[in-house]
Design a protein around this ligand. Structure first.
Ligand code: ARG
Length: 580
């Protein structure tokens, strides 16, 4: 049980003994400043209101009933009735010694693991992955890693867009190129962007091509073998492009995680039948539409959710309804998390409302649309190339590595060229990821090379550097960090602050998991690194006159900092190195 949970239990018992109404929220939080203690119990105010009594008096009663002798050295009332808890250094030291023995640093597995379906990355295969998919991919991946670290069962779902009318045009173009003997991977599909543009140009300008393209869509959807083969060729190459990007990004998605739109084809007709049978879908101008009063506009007109086009074609919406059914009813998900651009929020509200009414989503399944904001350029407009085109993810990552290489070249180093290239790769990719992950998921943010690659402030290079500094101590001391003896003794304020932060990893992960927000972990690691720097300044470790026990204790703290930084960064998909 983490410290917060422990205090919640104790606070609940004390509140009840003090006569607070059943179900009072104890409102236990981490204190924001050392003078407010380490944790606060803020539930006295709410309870006093309900009881119509004086909150400070009630707070005193709560304290009288609070059984924290083992863990707190001081408990005091502040302001209108806050209860500030100052933890005992020995309590923190003991907990840390236990955490030190654990590969997961004391982070326990959920007592009741959940089955969580996570829909992330999900690029459209007609084109190359662009920066819009960067956010979905790395935010989703970080949340997935944290869920698994906490013991939940995660089913990754890469809901790739591999179906739709544009594929008619693409395979018609592909067929012509193949007939001309063009090498598929090296030439025709080496650059999907160009391929798409060429096909589109022919579709718009070339006589007869559009007809052929439309004919191929119908054939493809009807299961024609020749068209299916061309389509498969196209999809395979496109998937390979995505996999290259995943590899570069150090993302955990594998081919098996692909559950593309086309996988739901056979279920789509059934979705419509069910919606009709339940009286949810009705015909409107030849199309099948679900009208949703819950999402009505100002004039009271219900929102129209089209689930089948007038020609009989199915849509993105139909597929998402089938996906709900699969994930909730077949996979048995407790939670479904979907990481998609905020601009699709109406769509997902429509999907959830409809799916709940139709029984495609069980009540027990929570459906969590996790939107994210837009990545902006320095000009404050959506991130584009200088000529206004979409930035390819692969190019962006290459540029990140190139810039990191330049930056690192300016530092002195006796490492081999190979080792330095490897470091530059980790720094460049880490910088892009941390810059993105550290912003609140829902806000737009400005993509800026200089700030993300800086060695100062909350950046990946700063944290990676902090890690190398901590590990260098063991090299300097000529001590094997896996073989530390002695015990933690906390005397100095900087030691206590560091110890407390180290013990809060699980609390941070819980927040990150419940809200699907990696930025809280980013913030935590930055605070940890900063506290380490203050500790390092104030608390000598290897100096001659430092007592042996103190040195041992501080080395254990260093080791825990190193392990926590490495673990935390790994949960963000960011790699560390021993030297920089
Ligand atoms: N392929 C879509 C896009 O790029 C994202 C799919 C998200 N997942 C879903 N179940 N609709 O916009």
């Amino acid at each position: 049980m983490n410290i917060k949970q422990l205090l919640v239990e104790k606070a609940l018992a004390a509140l009840s003994a003090a006569g607070a109404p059943e179900g009072t929220n104890p409102a236990v939080t981490q204190s924001t400043r050392p003078q407010f203690g380490d944790y606060q119990i803020n539930g006295a105010m709410g309870a006093a209101k309900a009881l119509k009594t004086n909150p400070r008096e009630l707070a005193q009663k709560i304290i009288d009933n609070l059984d924290v002798a083992d863990l707190a050295e001081k408990v005091e009332i502040a302001g209108p009735g806050f209860i500030n808890i100052h933890l005992k250094p020995e309590f923190l030291a003991n907990r840390l010694m236990t955490a030190e023995q654990d590969v997961k640093l004391g982070v326990a597995s959920h007592a009741k693991p959940q089955k969580v379906v996570v829909d992330f990355s999900s690029p459209n295969l007609a084109k190359e992955m662009h920066v819009g998919h960067l956010r979905s991919t790395i935010i989703g991946d970080a949340v997935v890693r944290a869920l698994e670290f906490r013991g939940d069962t995660v089913i990754r779902q890469n809901h790739m867009g591999d179906w739709g009318t544009q594929f008619g045009m693409l395979i018609a173009h592909l067929e012509d190129l193949l007939n001309q003997g063009v090498d598929l991977e090296k030439v025709a599909l080496a650059d999907l962007e160009t391929f798409y543009r060429d096909a589109k140009k022919r579709f718009d300008d070339e006589e007869g091509f559009a007809d052929k393209a439309r004919d191929y869509v119908v054939k493809l959807q009807g299961g024609d073998a020749h068209c299916a083969k061309l389509w498969q060729l196209f999809i395979d190459t496109s998937v390979k492009h995505s996999e290259e990007v995943y590899g570069k990004l150090n993302v955990t998605l594998k081919r098996d995680d692909i559950m593309a739109e086309s996988a739901y084809n056979d279920a789509l007709a059934g979705v419509i039948t069910t919606l009709q049978a339940k009286g949810l879908a009705v015909e409107d101008q030849g199309a099948q539409v679900v009208f949703l009063d819950e999402l009505a506009n100002k004039d009271g007109e219900p929102s129209a959710f089209i689930v089948q086009k007038s020609g009989g074609g199915f849509l993105y919406a139909t597929t998402d309804l089938a996906a709900c059914d699969y994930r909730s009813n077949q996979l048995g998900a407790d939670r479904i998390l979907i990481f998609v651009d905020a601009r699709q929020s109406l769509h997902f509200s429509q999907v959830e409302l409809t799916a709940r009414k139709a029984g495609f989503l069980r009540d027990e399944t929570s459906y969590e649309f996790c939107p994210f904001g837009t990545m902006m350029g320095d000009d404050g407009k959506p991130f584009k190339t200088r000529t206004g085109g979409t930035v390819k993810l692969a190019d962006l990552l290459e540029e990140a590595i190139g810039r990191a290489t330049e930056k690192l070249a300016a530092r002195e180093s006796d490492l081999s060229a190979e080792a330095r290239a490897e470091i530059a790769r980790k720094v460049g990719i880490g910088a892009v990821k941390y810059a993105d992950l550290s912003k609140h998921r829902t806000s737009d943010y400005i993509f800026n090379w200089d700030s993300m690659l800086s060695f100062e402030g909350a950046t990946a290079p700063y944290l990676q550097y902090a890690y190398t500094r901590v590990s260098s101590i063991f090299r300097k001391a000529n001590v094997d960090s896996s073989n530390l003896v002695g015990a933690i003794v906390i005397d100095e304020a900087q030691e206590k602050a560091l110890a407390l932060k180290l013990l809060q990893l699980e609390e941070v992960l819980d927040l990150m998991i419940s809200e699907a927000t990696p930025h809280v972990l980013c913030g935590y690691l930055y605070e940890l690194a900063s506290l380490y720097m203050s500790f390092y300044e104030a608390c000598p470790i290897l100096k001659e006159d430092v007592a042996k026990e103190t040195r041992e204790s501080r080395l254990i703290l260093c080791n825990l900092v190193a392990k926590t930084l490495a673990t935390g960064l790994d949960l963000l998909g960011i790699e560390v190195m021993e030297q920089m």
